[in-house]
Every structure is written in structure tokens, then in C-alpha cells.
Design a protein around this ligand. Structure first.
Ligand code: PMP
Length: 419
């Protein structure tokens, strides 16, 4: 279900899914049933013992991974998964440096704070040793625009000098990555980590082929490539099961969390046998990772995505939403950019389209409140917290989308009248 109810019984369309987590819908009967059954059977043993739910889940998960990505490790959160991925990359390569993209978010543990570049999430003592960030290839707000180089039904209105098929913006961002590799790192590169579409960063999409060329460059320099699929995974982008597949790249390590358990705390990483073998040098222990409850829930989530055709629904409803939102962008000065793929959507709000100054927090807040009062819950994020994030349970319908668009447009009209 995609609806939430408050204490008065009023209902709200949930467009943020508990921060992109409730993937198949609140209290999905099949997932609830799986949790109940497992709860009556066995809750916990620690991963000292192999139990049938973990065995079944690891087989299911790895069966939907492409290429040589066939070994799964189970953890409890996205931060833990990314911690583990960094540790694996360092052990496998014998190198230490990790590169991530500015504006990205990868977790709040001491290790992952180093690769999370978003300053608002960094307490003063964030540990960034060995971590470097490179320029975020954002074709809307970045210094190089790209008017036709996103993998989305909607392109940015910012013009650029490149032509389809040969993107200057992409080449320039790759140059920046080269520069970071040459000047910031110690030339001992362990890994590059990036989300296929930025989540907390505000659904930022990179120019086509950026990730492909970035992966080639990283591998030339001896590093591994990590895809953070914490938000983009499990069919949310519509065209593929994993966001990295939309970029036609093959990571060495994939990390996943949030939607994996539909709200039940669990996470995973999947990697190759070679990398997993190097990792066996470390003594790794995780008390709750892969517990029977999480594995049973995770298995049911995978079944529901398949049985309810949710990936396809993401493509259909997501494209509809994006095209309708683009009409609002063309109509209202404060709607600066509409972007995304499937049900991973961002609407970046500006003071005006000429300066692209971010819409101030109080004005964002008024629009958000107005939508909430009229029954629609948006998420917020982005570098300046000026992007509405639409990442609902993957089961929302076209009718829900139309309701959300109508409520959003009313809020924009009201905003215009009061400013
Ligand atoms: N990676 C991404 C892309 C995320 O969005 C998040 C959480 N917002 C994390 C990692 C960290 O996940 P968790 O909060 O489960 O530790």
C-alpha cells in the first residue's frame, strides 16, 4: 500500500516511502506473512550457523545479479554495507584511496562519512582519511550544462554546446576525475564509489557514458568500482533491476539496503569470487547480518517485485510522472529542473530560471506543508535542500500520480499568489 494514515484517519499518498525504503508497499500481505511465519519459527542464531533462510536468500539474490557478481554478504544498514565494500576494495587491491562524487551520500559511519561529501551530514570530526571527492557531473547545476545527455524522458533546459552522441559536459567531468586522480590521491587507488542516480543529492543524473568512462579510468589506475544501489536498486529505475545496468557498466562490488527489506533493517553487498577470496584474509563478523527474519522478509520482497510486476510499474508510472512534471516546469518559473528515471525522481526548485538561485528553505517548507495538508507527502533533499524527491512505494498507480500532480500544481499556484 502507498497510503499512510494519521491519528484522525486522514490519508496521505506516500511519495517518499520511508526514505526510499518501503519498496513494495506498506504492510504488503505477502511480506507480512513471511515475517510472521519466520517469527514463529526462529529469530536469531548469529551467522556462526548457516540456516535455511540465509541460504535461500543468498541464492535468490545472487541469481538476479549479472556477470561474476555471485557472492553475497549480509549486513544491517547501507552504511555497514558501504563500510564493508571499502574494506574489501582496500584488502583486494592493497591500496587505500577511495574516490566518490561530490553531493553524494553513502552513510553516516566513521568510514562512510569520508565518502559522503554532503557537508550538512558531516559532524566536525568526520573521518575522511584516504577519501577524496571529485566534481559531481550535474548537468543542471554543475558548471557544464548538458541539454540532451541524461538518460531520462526529460532533459534539462540548460543549453550546452554538445551534440547528441558526443557530450562535452561528460568529457569535462571525466577530465576533472583525471585531475583528482593525478593531484589528490597518493596514486594508490582502492576504489571509486558512485550511485547510478544520486539519492540524497537530489536525483542527480550524470551525462550519458560518464560512469562508463569513469569505470574505465578507475580500472586503468588499479581501482575497483563500487555501485551504491541503496536507493536505485530492486527495479526502481524501471528499465533494469539495477541502476548500474542503465549505464551499461559492470561494478566489482554492489551495495544495497533500504528497499531490500521493505522497511525491515537489512542490507547486503554482492561481489565476485576473487574479491570475496581476498576478503577472507579479514576476520569479519556481524551479529545480526543475515538473520533469519531479515532473510525471510528479503525473499518475500524479491518474490513480490517479480509477481506484482513492480519494475515495469516503475517505468510506466515514473515516465508518466516525469512528463507531467515537465509540463509544470515549463509553466512555473520556480520549477527549475525535473529529472530522474522510473520512480527515482527529483524536482529542483529555484527562485528563477535565469540565476538558478535555490528556492529558500522557508518557501520550500510552505509548498511541502501545503502538499501535506492536501494529502501528499514529498521527500526533500539536494545540495541546497531545494529538491523535492519522489521515490514512492513501487506500487503507486497512474491515478495516484495524477492526484499528486494536481496537489503539487495547486501548491505552486498558491505559492505564486503569496509571493
Ligand atoms: N547509500 C545511500 C545512497 C543512501 O541513500 C544511504 C542512506 N540514505 C546510505 C548509503 C546509508 O544507509 P543507512 O542509512 O541504512 O546506513
Amino acid at each position: 500500500m502507498q497510503w499512510l494514515f494519521d491519528h484522525t484517519g486522514k490519508r496521505y499518498l506516500d511519495l517518499f516511502a520511508g526514505i526510499v525504503t518501503v519498496s513494495v508497499g506498506h504492510c504488503h500481505p505477502k511480506v507480512t506473512e513471511a515475517a510472521k511465519k519466520q517469527m514463529e519459527r526462529l529469530w536469531h542464531t548469529t551467522n556462526i550457523y548457516l540456516h535455511s533462510p540465509i541460504h535461500k536468500y543468498a541464492e535468490k539474490l545472487t541469481s538476479i545479479m549479472p556477470g561474476k557478481l555471485k557472492v553475497a554478504f549480509l549486513t544491517n544498514s547501507g552504511s555497514e554495507a558501504n563500510d564493508l565494500a571499502m574494506l574489501m576494495a582496500r584488502l583486494h587491491t592493497g591500496n587505500f584511496d577511495i574516490i566518490s562524487l561530490r553531493s553524494g551520500y553513502h552513510g553516516a559511519s566513521p568510514y562512510t562519512l569520508g565518502i559522503t561529501s554532503h557537508s550538512s551530514y558531516k559532524p566536525g570530526l568526520a573521518n575522511g582519511f584516504g577519501c577524496h571527492t571529485t566534481m559531481c557531473p550535474d548537468v543542471f547545476r554543475g558548471i557544464w550544462g548538458g541539454s540532451h545527455c541524461r538518460d531520462s524522458p526529460v532533459q534539462t533546459m540548460r543549453t550546452c554546446s554538445c551534440s547528441p552522441g558526443s557530450c562535452n559536459a561528460k568529457d569535462r567531468y571525466i577530465e576533472q576525475l583525471k585531475d583528482t586522480l593525478d593531484t589528490s590521491t597518493t596514486r594508490k587507488l582502492a576504489a571509486f564509489i558512485a550511485e547510478p542516480i544520486m539519492g540524497v543529492g537530489g536525483a542527480i543524473q550524470y551525462p550519458k557514458n560518464f560512469l562508463k568512462e569513469a569505470y574505465e579510468l578507475i580500472r586503468e589506475r588499479g581501482g575497483l568500482c563500487i555501485a551504491d544501489e541503496v536507493q536505485t536498486g530492486f527495479g526502481r529505475t524501471g528499465s533494469h533491476y539495477w541502476g548500474f545496468q542503465t549505464h551499461d557498466v559492470m561494478p566489482d562490488i554492489v551495495t544495497m539496503a533500504k528497499g531490500i527489506g521493505n522497511g525491515f533493517p537489512m542490507a547486503a553487498i554482492v561481489t565476485t569470487e576473487e574479491i570475496a577470496d581476498s576478503f577472507s584474509k579479514a576476520l569479519y563478523f556481524n551479529t545480526f547480518g543475515g538473520n533469519p527474519m531479515a532473510c525471510s522478509v528479503g525473499s518475500a520482497v524479491l518474490d513480490v517485485i517479480e509477481e506484482d510486476g513492480l519494475q515495469n510499474n516503475c517505468a510506466l508510472v515514473g515516465t508518466h510522472l516525469l512528463l507531467e512534471l515537465a509540463k509544470l516546469r515549463d509553466k512555473y518559473e520556480i520549477v527549475g529542473d525535473v529529472r530522474g528515471k522510473g520512480l527515482m525522481i527529483g524536482v529542483e526548485m529555484v527562485k528563477d530560471k535565469k540565476t538558478l538561485q535555490p528556492l529558500p528553505a522557508d518557501e520550500m517548507g510552505l509548498i511541502w506543508e501545503e502538499c501535506k495538508d492536501n494529502g501528499v507527502l514529498f521527500g526533500k533533499g539536494g545540495l541546497y535542500n531545494n529538491t523535492f524527491r519522489i521515490k514512492p512505494p513501487m506500487c503507486i498507480t497512474k491515478e495516484d500520480a495524477d492526484f499528486a500532480i494536481a496537489v503539487f500544481e495547486d501548491a505552486l499556484i498558491k505559492h505564486k499568489a503569496t509571493i
